[in-house]
Structure formats: structure tokens, C-alpha cells
Design a protein around this ligand. Structure first.
Ligand SMILES: [Zn+2]
Ligand SMILES: [Zn+2]
Length: 244
């Protein structure tokens, strides 16, 4: 048995892996999600907005109401799951409850269901949306970077974790109204130590709501000479307010 497998078994005995959907200990052991929970979240199906990937009600509409009335800086975005109550609760527990292991499952799902977009976009690198260093220290991980690395590993695309930096702390976007969201992020990103003016990249984030975050990041990269910028997120769509 390999050393890492032993370490994993020991770790699993002390901190059994939790299921990202029901939050109980995963059944059966050794899986990333309970077999009975895996079908409870389904990838977004068409029709979705041709620009931002948000589900839309009418097939004959090309764009969602948001994209119909304003321009985005990125070329095209896609999301894997709808940001419903199940996903909102799951990501809250992941980011604020220390359930980093949920990202193993979500990284796999992103690679499986996002592969078709990446094949079409042909990005030279995957760039995660950075966290400010204070928040990174508190949380211990950047969920977007974890997803980006899983995607890069599965699809053999290089990950550039330090192309972009978050240079100041901002209020969580979910606490703000749409117009405040844009203002909150103005100038919040700067070029990181590994910046290269690549021909095309894909930005990776956990949630797309109005696109303010990825637009601001794309603005910074485009100004510095990056060509085409695509966006892939784990979830997309408007959130609901929930308690848990
Ligand atoms: Zn479960
Ligand atoms: Zn849209």
C-alpha cells in the first residue's frame, strides 16, 4: 500500500469524508458523494443564455434579461449547476464550515460537464479568481483555485494561479445589491507575479451571479493584453436566502 493511501485511511478514520449534498458521512465509504445523493444535483441543460450560461425560460430567447441590457467584458461564460438552495448551502458549509473535501467532488463534476466548453474555447491556461490574502489565511484555501487545479489535472490544461491578485479586501458580493456589487470590486484586482499576456484563458470561480466579479477580473487582464477571456463556474444563477 502506498504511503499516501495509508495517510488517507487514517485521516478518514478520524475525519470521515462528508457528503456535499446531505452533509452526513459519505455512504458507501471511499466515494466522494453518497450514491443516493449524486443524482440530486443535475447539470444545467439548454436553454441557457448564450453569453453568461444562466438558465433561461424560453428557448427562442438568445440572452438572459441581464445580458440583453448590458455588455460583459468576457467572451462567454458557462456554469455547471444552478445556484439553488442545495448548492448554496453546500458552498456555505464548504467555504465557512471548513468542508474543503466537497471541492474534490465538485472539481470532478466541473471537469466532466465543463469539458465540452473548454474543448470549444481552447484556453491556454486556467486562471482562478484569487482571494485576498487575509481571507485566504482565515479560510486556509481558495475554492476557485481548488476547482481550477482539479479541472487542469483532469483535462491537461495548465493552471496559472498567480496571473491575478486580489489587492484589497471587499465585502462579500452576496451581501450587496447589483449596483453596489460593481462598485465594491472596482480596481480590486491587479496583475500577479506570473502574469503573461496569453491569447486566451478561462477564469474559474465558484459562483456566477451578475458577472461583476469576473467582468472586473477580465477588465484587468484585457487591459494588460490578454486576448479572449472565457468563464467557467461551478454554479450560476441567482441565489436564494436560506438559513441552516
Ligand atoms: Zn449524501
Ligand atoms: Zn446572460
Amino acid at each position: 500500500m502506498k504511503k499516501c493511501a495509508v495517510a488517507e485511511l487514517l485521516l478518514d478514520a478520524v475525519y470521515p469524508r462528508r457528503c456535499p449534498i446531505c452533509h452526513d458521512i459519505v455512504q458507501p465509504k471511499g466515494e466522494l458523494v453518497c450514491r443516493s445523493c449524486a443524482g440530486k444535483i443535475q447539470p444545467i441543460q439548454e436553454p441557457y443564455c448564450k453569453k453568461c450560461g444562466k438558465p433561461i425560460e424560453k428557448e427562442e430567447l438568445e440572452y438572459c434579461a441581464d445580458c440583453a441590457r448590458r455588455e460583459h467584458v468576457f467572451e462567454e461564460a458557462a456554469g455547471i449547476f444552478a445556484y439553488d438552495q442545495t448548492m448554496q448551502k453546500s458552498l456555505m458549509k464548504c467555504k465557512y464550515g471548513g468542508r474543503r473535501e466537497y471541492l474534490d467532488y465538485y472539481g470532478q463534476m466541473m471537469a466532466r460537464h465543463g469539458a465540452k466548453f473548454l474543448k470549444r474555447w481552447q484556453p491556454q491556461a486556467i486562471v482562478p479568481i484569487p482571494l485576498h490574502k487575509t481571507r485566504m489565511r482565515l479560510r486556509g484555501f481558495n475554492q476557485s483555485a481548488e476547482l481550477a487545479h482539479a479541472l487542469g489535472r483532469e483535462l491537461s490544461i495548465p493552471v496559472q494561479e498567480h496571473m491575478l491578485e486580489k489587492n484589497r479586501k471587499t465585502r462579500p458580493q452576496k451581501e450587496l445589491e447589483e449596483n453596489q456589487r460593481r462598485h465594491n470590486l472596482l480596481g480590486a484586482f491587479s496583475l500577479g507575479k506570473d502574469f503573461h499576456p496569453l491569447r486566451s484563458i478561462v477564469l474559474v470561480d465558484d459562483v456566477y451571479t451578475t458577472g461583476s466579479t469576473v467582468d472586473e477580473a477580465a477588465k484587468c487582464l484585457k487591459k494588460a493584453g490578454v486576448g479572449k477571456i472565457y468563464v467557467l463556474t461551478l454554479c450560476t444563477g441567482k441565489g436564494f436566502s436560506i438559513r441552516f
